[in-house]
Design a protein around this ligand. Structure first.
Ligand SMILES: NC(=O)C1=CN([C@@H]2O[C@H](COP(=O)(O)OP(=O)(O)OC[C@H]3O[C@@H](n4cnc5c(N)ncnc54)[C@H](OP(=O)(O)O)[C@@H]3O)[C@@H](O)[C@H]2O)C=CC1
Ligand SMILES: O=C(O)CCCC(=O)O
Length: 485
């Protein structure tokens, strides 16, 4: 990997300000999904190292909390600046281990860094309250205090931004952190830690431990010194981790699976809807939890939408994300490819038609052609399960009531999208969609200023925005009596 600053490619973990190997020297290989190359080996740590990371975060807590909000803010700001300064290299590392096109990877670095910038600012705005007391000689004060040591397990699909989105509000609030990144994408996490060190964030405040998900996960969810646990990943694993956190009654944040409806009404601007569908569906080769999973298009514009979407898909360029002009990279692994295949086979078996794509791509075993299916129905697997791949299934609907029922007929409730120019419908549909996020006339809703999160089995809590920091704060009620003596 050709980096301007080769020292960003770290192959050791970061605990208590030290770069360290696994106690037993074990490693796990990081593979480039585009070509199978072994990029690096990183430590395969377990229980003992995870406990040491928690101990380091615990020891660093008081001194970190004792810094002024402005000092913490300045350190976060410095970290943000370093991330932007090294955007090119961080993008290169990200594309190499994850597969997304370099332009998208650099976009993720800027997106990830934006959380550091945002919470550098919010650190100074953690306001308490005073409340009129029911008795004349009493005063009620409300303090917001850091919750304590926090820990997170993050996924491979956004190896940078899913870390900064959690760690930035935590550090701003005065908490310390242990991160356990996905096994497929640890290099981005370690590079983030390198920049934290360069920014001057004190030892123990940020710790990164790579290795066994079950062993490290058990420590992070069960150790009583960890007061808050945050996870982004599948609903299935999220459920297990919530249960593990129950033993110590930890506060949890969960960003879990989605099954986003993308609805196009007859009155929509169809070209805009196609453009939005392309971004929402094919960003990161369809591997985001907010990707359009079900495209519902009203009868009168159905054929026009399908034709235009097929034309837009034909312009996508598949390949290694480091190659110029590539817009769709490989999927993360074979099980991701198999899931796409399974959804296509199921749909076609039940009457759907392939308009374009539908098969593996010649670039390699993890590449799959962007695929468009029409005549898709609620009886097919794609209606229920998150595909997490480059498959756009287009359903036909007749009425607003019908499409809202279908859109809400899922245990998930993360992102939803719709296109309409009718103001009454825009208000009605926004209010009736059972989702944590609703995007109208756009296919991209993520940014640091907005509260990202889901309802139903898509998760708990919000990340980003002024709301995101609340998850890392405790409210303390202070009652002062005897004022008049
Ligand atoms: N909400 C989202 O953003 C994401 C949703 N998904 C959904 O999940 C599906 C499967 O993807 P997958 O990567 O397997 O997602 P997982 O939920 O399995 O992985 C997410 C993270 O959890 C870790 N993990 C897995 N099992 C455990 C465990 N028992 N204890 C502690 N940590 C654990 C993983 O580690 P390791 O890397 O070592 O496996 C990874 O760091 C996708 O197809 C997609 O539908 C996936 C990723 C992100
Ligand atoms: O897919 C995810 O894990 C959520 C991140 C996507 C985003 O922030 O837009």
């Amino acid at each position: 990997m050709q980096l301007h600053d080769p020292a960003l490619l770290k192959t050791q973990c970061y605990i208590n300000g030290q770069w360290v190997n696994a106690d037993n020297g074990a490693v796990l290989s990081v593979i480039n999904p585009a070509n199978g190359d072994n990029l690096a080996d990183v430590p395969r740590m377990g229980k003992a190292e995870a406990e040491r990371a928690v101990a380091a975060a615990h020891a660093a807590l008081k001194p970190w909390q004792s810094k002024s909000a402005k000092e913490r803010s300045n350190l976060l700001r410095r970290w943000f600046e370093l991330m932007m300064q090294h955007q090119e290299d961080l993008g290169m590392i990200l594309t190499s281990e994850q597969g997304k096109p370099l332009a998208e990877a650099k976009g993720e670095i800027a997106y990830g860094a934006s959380y550091l910038e945002w919470y550098a600012e919010e650190a100074k705005r953690i306001y308490g309250d005073t409340i009129p007391a029911p008795a004349y000689d009493k005063r009620i004060m409300v303090l917001k205090q850091p919750i304590g040591v926090c820990a997170a397990i993050t996924p491979w699909n956004f190896p940078n931004a899913m870390i900064t989105r959690k760690i930035a509000p935590a550090l701003a609030a005065g908490c310390t952190f242990v991160i356990r990144p996905a096994s497929q994408t640890p290099l981005s996490a370690l590079a983030i830690a390198e920049l934290a060190q360069r920014a001057g964030i004190p030892a123990g405040v940020v710790n990164v431990v790579t290795g066994s998900s079950s062993e490290i996960g058990k420590v992070l969810t069960e150790d009583d010194r960890v007061k808050k646990f945050s996870f982004t990943g599948s609903t299935e694993v999220g459920r297990k981790l919530i249960a593990q956190c129950a033993g110590t009654v930890k506060k949890v944040s969960m960003e879990l699976g989605g099954n986003a409806p993308f609805i196009v009404f007859n009155d929509a601007d169809i070209d805009a809807a196609v453009e939005g569908a392309m971004i929402s569906k094919f960003r990161n080769a369809g591997q985001t939890c907010v990707c359009a999973n079900r495209l519902y298009v009203q009868s009168a514009v159905y054929d026009q939408f399908v034709t235009k979407l097929a034309q837009a898909i034909a312009k996508l360029k598949i390949g290694n994300g480091l190659e110029q002009g590539v817009t769709v990279g490989p999927l993360i692994d074979t099980s991701a490819v198999n899931k796409v295949k399974e959804h296509i086979t199921d749909a076609v078996g039940k009457g759907a038609e392939i308009v374009t794509g539908g098969t593996a791509d010649h670039h390699g075993e993890l590449f799959f052609q962007p695929t468009l299916l029409k005549n898709v129905t609620q009886q097919m697997k794609v209606a229920r399960e998150e595909t997490f791949g480059p498959l756009a299934p287009v359903f036909r609907f007749e009425t607003e009531e019908e499409v809202i029922n279908w859109a809400n007929d899922t245990e998930f409730g993360l992102a939803s999208y719709f296109y309409s120019r009718d103001i009454g419908r825009i208000v009605r549909v926004s209010e009736n969609l059972d989702y944590g996020m609703v995007a109208i006339n756009t296919g991209l809703l993520s940014n640091e200023a907005a509260p990202f999160g889901g309802v139903k089995q898509s998760g708990l809590g919000r990340e980003g925005s002024k709301y995101g920091i609340e998850d890392y704060l405790e409210i303390k009620y202070v009652l002062l009596a005897g004022i008049n003596q």
